[in-house]
Design a protein. Structure first.
Length: 118
């Protein structure tokens, strides 16, 4: 997929996981590296700037697939979807084998819940 997708089915989101998992794995690695660089050099160093550029590229790749990175450290990704007539976010994080959660609510009140299965 090369353009942002407006809505995913669970199956479509699952099909993107090999690519998403690879990108998010790289994000998590760069994020840990960034934390270390910030401890050593602060927010102003060539290394910091390089990592920030790489993270921006990864975020752009995820957006082009149609999903959104919600948490760098945990590798949490959301896919827009409609389930039972409601607009929700399918929720996946690094280490999970497939999409089995969704996010309900918005902002700080959003919580991950299991996707209802018929």
């Amino acid at each position: 997929m090369t353009r942002e997708k407006n809505s995913f089915t669970i199956e479509e989101a699952d099909r993107t996981l090999p690519l998403v998992r690879s990108i998010v794995g790289d994000v998590a690695d760069r994020w840990r590296e960034l934390i270390q660089v910030r401890k050593e050099y602060g927010n102003s160093s060539p290394e910091h700037d390089r990592i920030m550029r790489e993270l921006a590229e990864y975020i752009h790749e995820l957006k082009s697939i149609g999903c959104h990175l919600k948490d760098f450290e945990r590798g949490l990704v959301e896919f827009p979807a409609t389930i039972e007539g409601r607009h929700v976010q399918l929720s996946w994080k690094l280490g999970e084998s497939k999409v089995v959660f969704m996010s309900e609510g918005t902002g700080n009140s959003a919580r991950r819940v299991r996707i209802p299965r018929p």
